[in-house]
Write a protein that binds this ligand. Structure first.
Ligand code: SF4
Length: 445
C-alpha cells in the first residue's frame, strides 16, 4: 500500500479510536418512550393519509402512530411488519424525507413532518428485542420454493412465502446474508450489526433454509433449480459495476465505491481502513454520498464529490446532500471526468464542465483537475446476465407488474428487475408482492 493512502502505523494523522467511535455512531439515535409519545402526538391521524400513499410498502402509518400514542407499541410494530418485514432496517435507511415525511401534511403546512421514520424504529426495535417472532406460519403446503439472493427483496419474499406455509431455500452468493443491507449501506446508518440481527429475527418464522456462498451461473443454474423447486424468485441485485472507460483506470487508487463501502462495513478496524488524504468521489447517488461522507469520517482531509449534472438532478436526496456538506464534503456539480493521469503516488483527474442543452449533456471547453490519492467511482451498477433465456430490458430482468419474468415459474424483484426505484423499501415491497403472486400460482385449482 502506498504511503499517501492513510493507514494506521504508516502515515500519521489518522483519527483516535474515540473519534472513530463518535464518527461512526448511530446517525439518528433512537427515541426514548417519552420522545416517542411527544412525536406521535403530532400526528393528525389523517383520513386518506398521504403518508401511506407515499410509502412503497403501504404501511398504515396513522394506525401505527395511534397505537404508539395509546401505549401499544408492540401492536404498532405488528402493523408495520405485516406490510414490511424489514421495517426495522427501513426505519434506519429509508429516505423518509422524499417519501412518507415529504408527503406528511405537517411538512406541507409547517415544514416539519411527523417523525415517521423514528417512530417506526421505536416500535420495531421494541418488538424485535423480545425473544419471539410475531407471526405464525399457515399450515404446510408441501411446496418448495427457491429464492436466489438474500438481500431485501429475497428476504422479504422468503418470509412471506414461509408465512403462507411454503418451504423456502435461499441461495446467496456472499459470505453473509443481507445483500446491500449488509454490504452496501453506510456504517453509521445501521450500527451494532443490525442487519445480521434482523435476519436472525426474520428467520424465526421457520420454514426457511439459508445457504451462503451459492452463486447462480457458477454453482447452480436456473434450469437445475426449476427441476427441483415449484417456483423460483430472483432477487440477485446488481453485481456488475460501471466503468469510466478512461485510460489508466486500472490504477489501484481508483476503486469502486461499492467495494469501498462493503469493505468498510466488514472491517473490524476503522483505524487502518485505507482511505486517501484527498479523495475524489465520482457520482451523484446515495452510494456516492455514503462513500464521500465515510471517507471524511475516516479522516480524509479533503473529499470532493463530483457529479456531471446539477444538484437537483442528483439521486441522493437533499437531506443526504446536506449531510455530506455538513461533514465537510465539497460537492461540485456539472462536471464530468475526461482524463486520468498517474502522477507518482497520486492520480490527476481532469474534468470538463458540462451544461444541459435540449435535454442533452454537453461538455464545455473548459474544466479543472484534482490531484487525489484515491478516486471512488459511484457511477452505477449493472445486472450480470448469466441465464440466456431471461428477457432483459434496460440492463435488468424484464418483469410484468406481478414480478413474473419471461420464464414460467420464475419471478424477480429488487434492483435486478425492471420497475421501481433502487431503494431497500421498494425491494421489500416487490419481494413481498411476488411471494403473494407465487402463492396464488401454486394454490390448488
Ligand atoms: Fe400523521 Fe402526517 Fe400521516 Fe397525516 S400525513 S397521518 S399527520 S404522519
Amino acid at each position: 500500500m502506498s504511503k499517501s493512502i492513510f493507514s494506521d502505523g504508516i502515515v500519521s494523522g489518522r483519527l483516535s479510536k474515540d473519534q472513530y467511535e463518535e464518527n461512526f455512531s448511530d446517525l439518528h439515535p433512537p427515541l426514548d418512550k417519552h420522545e416517542a409519545m411527544v412525536a406521535a402526538d403530532r400526528c393528525y391521524f389523517c383520513y386518506d393519509a398521504p403518508c401511506i400513499t407515499a410509502c412503497p410498502t403501504d404501511i398504515d402509518i396513522p394506525l401505527f402512530i395511534r397505537q404508539i400514542s395509546t401505549g401499544t407499541a408492540e401492536s404498532a410494530a405488528k402493523t408495520i411488519f405485516e406490510k414490511n418485514i424489514l421495517g426495522g432496517m427501513c426505519a434506519r435507511v429509508c429516505p423518509t424525507e422524499t417519501l412518507c415525511e415529504e408527503a406528511c401534511v405537517r411538512e406541507v403546512a409547517e415544514g416539519k413532518p411527523v417523525e415517521i421514520g423514528k417512530l417506526q424504529r421505536f416500535a420495531t426495535d421494541l418488538l424485535m428485542d423480545q425473544d419471539r417472532h410475531p407471526f405464525e406460519r399457515e399450515p404446510e403446503t408441501g411446496k418448495k420454493i427457491c429464492v436466489v439472493g438474500a438481500g431485501p427483496a429475497g428476504l422479504s419474499c422468503a418470509h412471506r412465502l414461509a408465512l403462507r406455509g411454503h418451504n423456502v431455500v435461499i441461495f446467496d452468493a456472499n459470505k453473509k446474508a443481507g445483500g446491500l443491507n449488509e454490504y452496501g449501506i453506510a456504517a453509521y446508518k445501521t450500527v451494532e450489526n443490525f442487519a445480521e440481527k434482523e435476519i436472525e429475527w426474520l428467520l424465526g418464522i421457520g420454514g426457511i433454509v439459508l445457504e451462503q456462498d451459492r452463486v447462480l451461473g457458477k454453482d447452480f443454474s436456473l434450469d437445475k433449480i426449476l427441476d427441483e423447486y415449484d417456483a423460483v424468485f430472483l432477487g440477485v441485485g446488481l453485481s456488475g459495476v460501471n466503468a469510466l472507460n478512461l485510460n489508466n483506470e486500472n490504477n489501484t487508487r481508483i476503486v469502486d465505491a461499492v467495494e469501498f463501502i462493503s469493505g468498510l462495513r466488514q472491517t473490524s478496524n476503522l483505524e487502518s481502513y485505507p482511505v486517501g488524504r484527498e479523495v475524489v468521489v465520482i457520482g451523484g447517488g446515495m452510494t456516492a454520498v455514503d462513500a464521500a461522507v465515510q471517507s471524511k469520517l475516516l479522516g480524509s482531509e479533503k473529499v470532493h464529490l463530483v457529479y456531471r449534472r446539477s444538484r437537483d438532478r442528483m439521486n441522493a436526496s437533499k437531506f443526504e446532500q446536506d449531510l455530506a456538506t455538513s461533514k465537510g464534503v465539497n460537492i461540485i456539480t456539472n462536471a464530468q471526468p475526461n482524463e486520468l493521469e498517474n502522477i507518482g503516488e497520486k492520480v490527476s483527474v481532469s474534468f470538463n464542465y458540462t451544461a444541459e442543452k435540449d435535454g442533452k449533456l454537453v461538455n464545455l471547453d473548459h474544466g479543472f483537475s484534482i490531484e487525489a490519492d484515491q478516486v471512488l467511482k459511484a457511477i452505477g451498477q449493472t445486472f450480470e446476465v448469466t441465464e440466456k433465456d431471461l428477457k432483459i430490458h434496460n440492463g435488468k430482468i424484464k418483469v410484468d407488474s406481478a414480478g413474473q419474468t419471461s420464464i414460467g415459474r420464475v419471478w424477480a424483484g429488487g434492483d435486478c428487475a425492471t420497475g421501481g426505484d433502487d431503494l431497500t423499501v421498494t425491494a421489500v415491497a416487490e419481494g413481498r408482492d411476488a411471494a403473494e403472486q407465487i402463492n396464488l400460482a401454486l394454490a390448488p385449482s
